[in-house]
Structures are given as structure tokens and as C-alpha cells.
Design a binder for this molecule. Structure first.
Ligand SMILES: Cc1ncc(C[n+]2csc(CCOP(=O)(O)OP(=O)(O)O)c2C)c(N)n1
Ligand code: SF4
Length: 311
């Protein structure tokens, strides 16, 4: 891949490595992210896919991918990636595979795997400096099985297992884990957050990551129409709002050094993002939960103050 920085959406590669007509929901932000990631990665890759929504993309004999694809259990996609990488390396070493035919190894998983079940196998893979890409599409719950709470679910959200009620009107009382920092503490060569609403930023991050051998992470915050409760036509708008409100910072880390790649000129209030989704509707009606709304805004402000983008 040409690694020079691009500045416009017109410069995205025209090739499509994921074809239309999948079983994913209309407006799936994860599918849009994946489409852009595959434009960046090309077709000489193998995807090791942890169980989740995207397991349904490939159902024999149909597949929307031009590349190879391997399905694993939720907890072990990074271990599967290690096996594939080792096999490719051994074949190349024995002269049975032309290095030109080498494949990039890519783990694809939802947040349930990335933040929870596969954390141990991921930590092991980073520790061993496995040469792979990890793409996590983060819809903030276990989407495929009914939108149950995951380690990525945000405070104040309704999930299948945190319904707001009389006892706990706020919904989820837990704070989202920080996967970026968990990975960063291992000091891998490259980590980034991305968004399907910012494809140029996404593409440039893949271009930058290409130069590094070792573990490379891309976490995409992705709107999920059935789970979040909104009309599929508003998916990109919501992805954009999560960045513009400061809830989803776009950033990267090279060998542990963090830099923000986009900072909104003026942060929109988080309410603009929250009020568009059914999963936060209990924060507004039948009564406004002022404390919860204030604490979500404060959490975002604290982050940007810490990084000196807010006074
Ligand atoms: C150990 C284990 N527990 C439960 C399941 C059932 N299961 C299949 S997909 C899925 C949800 C995965 O959630 P996530 O990783 O967030 O991906 P998404 O469904 O959102 O794409 C679950 C719980 C499983 N496959 N393996
Ligand atoms: S449930 Fe959500 S993440 Fe899963 S395919 Fe549908 S929109 Fe995408």
C-alpha cells in the first residue's frame, strides 16, 4: 500500500474487498467500518473472526469477502491468529509458500470478545509480539445474542441485562472499560481508535500501521440500529456525534506515545448524542435524570481537560 497521507474521501481506494448483500442489519456501523478497513488492508489477508454478528457474514457457500476467513470461538481469535501466522511463517521458511503470497493476519471481533472474553488471549498475543491486526467493532454490548451488557457498555445505557427500573433507574451503573489503555500498557507498536464517520482518518491510520511489525489494534465505535434503538438512516450521523461530543476521541498510539488525530473545534453537548437513542431514553423521560446526564458530561470534560484541550 502507498503509505502517503490522504486528505480527501475521493482518494479512498475504489476497490471493494467486501461485496454487498450480507446478513448484517441495515445501517450497521460495523459493516461500514469493515468495508473501509478492507479497502485499506486489501485482499491478501486472512480474517480470524471471533463469534459475533459478523460470523453471519460468511455462511457456506456464500461469503461477501474476497479474502480467506476462519471462524473461532469468542475467547480465542488471537490464539487462532497465532496459529495461522506460525503456519504461514513455517511454509515460507520451508520454501513451500512464496513470500509474495504471504497474508496479513487480521482478527475481527465485537467488543464482547475484545473487552471481555478474549482479553487474556489478546494480552498473550501482544506479549509475544504477534504480527497481526486486531479490528474491534464496538457496539457497546453483546449484539448478536440480544444486546446484553459487555465491558464496553457505557454508564447510563439500557442493555438486555441492565434494564432501567425502579431500583436502578439509570440502567448500567458501570463505566466502559478503556481498551485503548489496556492495549497501550503492553506498549505494542500501533493502536488507534477509528470511526465509520471518519474514513479518511481511518485509512491514514492503516497506512501508518503498515510500517510496523507486531500487534496493531483498531477500535471502531459503531452505531448498531437494533441495539441502540434508532433509524438505520441515522447511523453515520450518530457515529459522527459520538466524536463531535467528545465521547469517542479519535487518537493513535505509536509505541505508547498517544496523539489525538482529530479534536472538534467546539464540543457538542453529550445530550445531542444521547437523546437520539432508545437505549438512553430513560435518562430523559418520564423524568430527566439530571445527576446521570451531568456525570456523563463531566466524564467527557474530564478526559479532554486531562489532555489539555479544555480549560
Ligand atoms: C463462550 C461463549 N459464550 C457465549 C457465546 C454465544 N455468543 C455468540 S455471539 C455472542 C455475542 C458476541 O458479542 P460481541 O463480541 O460484542 O459481538 P457482536 O455480537 O456485538 O457482534 C455470544 C454471547 C459464545 N459463542 N461463546
Ligand atoms: S446487531 Fe448491531 S452490530 Fe450486529 S449486525 Fe446488527 S447493527 Fe451490526
Amino acid at each position: 500500500m502507498d503509505t502517503s497521507t490522504i486528505i480527501s474521501i475521493k482518494e479512498l481506494p475504489p476497490e471493494e474487498n467486501m461485496l454487498p448483500g450480507t446478513a448484517a442489519c441495515a445501517g450497521c456501523g460495523g459493516l461500514l467500518t469493515l468495508r473501509y478497513c478492507l479497502k485499506a488492508l486489501g485482499d491478501k489477508i486472512i480474517i480470524v473472526n471471533a463469534a459475533g454478528c459478523f460470523t453471519l457474514l460468511t455462511i457456506y457457500p456464500f461469503s461477501p469477502f474476497r479474502n480467506s476467513w476462519l471462524y473461532t470461538a469468542m475467547a480465542c481469535a488471537p490464539a487462532g491468529a497465532q496459529g495461522v501466522r506460525d503456519a504461514l511463517d513455517i511454509l515460507i521458511k520451508k520454501g513451500k509458500l512464496d513470500p509474495e503470497e504471504n497474508l496479513k493476519v487480521v482478527v475481527l471481533s465485537g467488543d464482547g470478545s475484545a473487552y471481555d472474553m478474549a482479553l487474556s488471549s489478546t494480552s498473550g498475543a501482544i506479549y509475544r509480539n504477534l504480527d497481526f491486526y486486531y479490528i474491534c467493532y464496538d457496539n457497546e454490548a453483546y449484539g448478536n445474542t440480544g444486546f446484553q451488557h459487555s465491558g464496553a457498555s457505557p454508564f447510563g445505557s439500557r442493555t438486555g441485562t441492565t434494564p432501567p427500573g425502579k431500583e436502578v433507574p439509570v440502567g448500567s451503573q458501570l463505566q466502559k472499560k478503556n481498551l485503548f489503555d489496556i492495549w497501550n500498557s503492553h506498549k505494542p507498536p500501533y493502536i488507534a481508535t477509528v470511526s465509520p464517520a471518519y474514513p479518511v482518518d481511518l485509512m491514514n491510520k492503516f497506512k501508518k500501521a503498515e510500517q510496523f511489525k507486531g500487534p496493531k489494534l483498531f477500535i471502531s465505535h459503531i452505531p448498531c440500529p437494533p441495539g441502540w434503538g434508532f433509524d438505520p438512516s441515522r447511523s453515520v450521523r450518530l457515529a459522527k456525534l459520538s466524536v463531535e461530543t467528545g465521547l469517542w476521541p479519535l487518537k493513535e498510539s505509536v509505541h505508547g506515545e498517544v496523539e489525538h488525530t482529530y479534536v472538534p473545534k467546539r464540543f457538542k453537548p453529550v445530550e445531542e448524542y444521547l437523546k437520539e437513542q432508545e437505549r438512553f431514553s430513560h435518562l430523559f423521560k418520564p423524568v430527566r435524570q439530571e445527576d446521570a446526564l451531568k456525570s456523563i458530561q463531566e466524564m467527557v470534560d474530564e478526559y479532554w481537560k486531562k489532555h489539555e484541550f479544555l480549560p
